[in-house]
Design a protein around this ligand. Structure first.
Ligand code: 1HN
Length: 360
């Protein structure tokens, strides 16, 4: 677990009072801890160990690309992913205490073999065309700006039969699942006959038209915890954002990716949204409990995260830890993909959000 020390011994507290000091020794010997010495735990509001941080697209792509030539994809090292490690988390390979974020690189002709795990994952496609992911037997072509889901325990594999390298963002609830000691992982046999039709079955059933979902005994029953629609196309997201800004005449708008069959987030642990800001817009300053990972799809601007100011260009990724006030401003039109653990906090009645300062 994050924060745990390597030492297996229980901390021994000390006191100038010899009797109390000896009592503390006896407590530690029996693996007991005095709560009255643990006051630091009780901060009046969340004090995140994770720090606000931005990773630049240029660095991520250069370093992911170099791994393309240096590191093969083989069983054991199933995926060529570089993880974004939050500098506040003591060397853990996690962007936030609950979230993994990494950049995955798949070269032409490569195949990332099938496996499944109880951690839920999403891919947000940053570059390349011609590759596809297979989720529980359904092949899903990937193009930039698409959101692809691999809910927990679905078998997934990635193929790049095209001639362009593919780069995408992976976000998983992995540290949460590890922290709850509920991670299962399994390699699965590959299918050499794998092919990719132009559209996934998931899209044909659930993504044909907003508001229309199939019913009746000819359609497969979907009663799992995650969205049966496993891909959200950039063309649809883009059109929805344009329409939203036009309908509201606002200079900023956000759409949430949702399970089309139920009023729920796409997966039990991960919320996904896309924000569009018009050139020159500045958003309101806000903060929320839980962690948020932002990825710039298009445009340039700036993120203010507490006292940290980061300029932003396409492909940059940044993290906003719990309860850190933040706002964005757009130089050009800015499209930003946001993933958070908000569904977990909401389910546990721990979600709080406030607007610190109105937008200017
Ligand atoms: C994983 O299975 C994938 O399937 C990507 O593409 C990133 C990061 C941590 C653990 C498993 C994938 C991952 C991962």
């Amino acid at each position: 677990m994050i924060g745990a020390t390597d030492s297996m011994t229980t901390k021994r507290y000390t006191s100038p009072d010899p009797e109390l000091d000896s009592y503390y020794g006896d407590l530690a010997a029996k693996d007991l801890q005095p709560l009255w010495e643990l006051g630091e735990m009780f901060t009046s509001e969340p004090k995140a160990a994770a720090v606000p941080h931005r990773w630049r697209a240029a660095d991520l792509h250069e370093l992911a690309g170099r791994a393309g030539n240096l590191v093969p994809i083989e069983r054991g090292g199933d995926r060529r992913v570089i993880g974004l490690a939050n500098p506040g988390l003591g060397g853990a390979p996690f962007i936030a205490p609950s979230l993994w974020a990494g950049v995955q690189f798949l070269m032409p002709g490569e195949l990332a073999p099938p496996h499944r795990h109880t951690a839920a994952a999403l891919r947000f496609i940053l570059g390349g065309r011609g590759a596809y992911t297979v989720v529980d037997g359904d092949s899903i072509p990937m193009t930039p700006g698409d959101l692809v889901l691999t809910p927990g325990w679905t078998v997934h594999e990635h193929h790049n039969p095209g001639d362009e390298p593919m780069v995408w963002l992976d976000v998983l609830d992995l540290p949460l699942v590890i922290g709850l000691e509920a991670l299962f992982f399994e390699q699965r046999p590959g299918n050499p006959e794998q092919r990719c039709p132009p559209r996934s079955a998931s899209e044909m059933l659930y993504g044909q038209s907003a508001g229309l979902v199939p019913v009746g005994n000819q359609t497969p029953a979907f009663d799992g915890p995650s969205s049966p629609l496993t891909v959200y196309r950039w063309t649809d997201t883009d059109a929805a954002l344009d329409a939203l800004l036009e309908a509201t005449s606002a200079d900023e708008g956000t759409v949430r990716f949702r399970d089309p069959t139920r009023a729920r987030d796409v997966m039990p642990t991960l919320r996904c949204e896309m924000t569009r800001m018009r050139a020159g817009a500045t958003g309101c300053t806000q903060r929320q409990t839980g962690s948020q990972v932002f990825t710039v799809l298009n445009g340039s601007g700036r993120a203010q995260l507490a006292e940290h100011s980061f300029d932003l260009t396409a492909g940059d990724i940044f993290v906003v830890p719990s309860w850190v006030p933040w706002h964005l401003s757009a130089d050009t039109q800015l499209d930003v993909f946001v993933t958070s653990d908000a569904p977990v906090l909401e389910a546990l009645a721990l979600f709080r959000r406030d607007q610190v300062e109105a937008s200017r």
